[in-house]
Design a binder for this molecule. Structure first.
Ligand code: CA
Length: 228
């Protein structure tokens, strides 16, 4: 069982997430302040920290720097600040991933699983992730659709994998440029549109008759399970 520490000052968010993440099979403890969170990290040695950036006693990114000074424990930051500058800043400060509020517990759980998979080395990377008939194996860098291997370029694979581990979540083009292309302030939306179009062709769908890949005008793109 994974031991999670949730650092969140909003009592209702804390209660809801604690219950939901427990239902996903995690052991969850929580802290309402950065000071209490730091104490629990040291004493409880959790496997992963979910850290709210807006805390009453210390800015979450300050707490993140303090954590990083003493431990390499995975940290997922939750933030209401939907600004790319803020996100780049927390990733630079050593966050492993972030989710922007409002998010669902199952989105957060998918991120938790993805972060833990990254940290757990080879065996867990061999576990494929699935959305409907799509199956992706990061270690082998293989993608199959309905049992048939997809011939993807490295970038197409990275893009599809990034979306697949975040199933159901709308991902902005800005985030894709930052996380898949690693050019948060360069590149253009057009680059992504072109790669999405190529992926669609390989997945046997079109923009007008989408199945897995859904473009949300003005927001970004998400992957969904078409059988649901
Ligand atoms: Ca807060």
């Amino acid at each position: 069982m994974v031991q999670l520490l949730l650092v969140e000052d909003d009592a209702s968010v804390r209660t809801t997430l604690t219950r939901a993440l427990s239902e996903h099979g995690h052991a969850v403890s929580s802290a309402p302040t950065a000071a209490e969170g730091l104490r629990q990290v040291v004493e409880g040695r959790p496997d992963l920290v979910v850290l709210d950036l807006g805390l009453p006693d210390l800015d979450g990114s300050q707490m993140l720097r303090m954590l990083r000074a003493v431990t390499s424990i995975p940290v997922i930051v939750t933030t209401a600040r939907d600004s790319e500058r803020e996100m780049v800043r927390v990733l630079d400060a050593g966050a492993d991933d972030y989710v922007v509020k409002p998010f669902s517990a199952s989105q957060l759980n998918a991120r938790i699983r993805a972060v833990l998979r990254r940290g757990h080395g080879e065996n867990s990377e061999e576990e494929p992730v699935r959305v409907g008939g799509l199956r992706m194996n990061l270690k082998a860098r293989e993608a199959c659709l309905d049992g048939r291997t997809l011939e993807l370029s490295p970038r197409e694979f990275d893009l599809l994998y990034y979306l697949t581990v975040r199933v159901g979540q709308v991902i902005s083009k800005r985030e894709l440029l930052a996380e898949v292309w690693h050019t948060p302030f360069g590149g253009t939306d057009k680059t992504i549109d072109v790669h999405i179009a190529w992926l669609r062709r390989k997945l046997g769908e079109t923009a007008t008759a989408p199945r897995y890949l859904r473009s949300i005008r003005g927001s970004g793109v998400k992957i969904v399970d078409p059988s649901r």
